[in-house]
Design a protein around this ligand. Sequence first.
Ligand code: DLZ
Length: 162
Amino acid sequence: MGTANLSEYDPQSIPDAGKMRFGIVVSDWNRDITWTLLDSAEKTLRRHGATTENIIIKHVPGSFELTIGAQFIAEYDDPDAVICLGCVIKGETPHFTYICQAVTQGITQLNLDYNIPFIFGVLTTDTHQQAADRAGGIHGNKGDEAAVAAIKMAALQREMEK
Ligand code: DLZ
């Protein structure tokens, strides 16, 4: 089975995001990749109705800081969902493993602590090329996938809250 295209989805299956409020926290480490994820995520949210004033964007230095950045948005900006965007590329030291574990556990914990979804839009790759392939390259853009997941999960929360 090949890698799924991260930008492919059925637009009809996406709820209207017109009244939803989103936070996006983006890591500036590997910014040539992560800013592309940000651009696509923002465009996808807007394509489905989200307004500029309802998309709050905050930058953090690296993926390790995504968890606290996302928590700040949850605490201070009243979002319906928070998208976490980052890119961790394997280097010569075990740093990769520690950052990946920390951000995965951190975002999972936020999902359990708050009654809103936190979306994992973090690329974890062996090479820069693999990341580029998933940031607007041959495998689409992880930012699109994250935005679609955020809209769907925010809609699910609203549906169940009724
Ligand atoms: C230090 C570091 C390294 C080596 N690699 C990455 C990476 O590939 N992707 C990423 O988002 N961040 C990296 N960082 C930075 C850490 O996430 C963090 O910002 C610093 O350790 C400071 O806490």
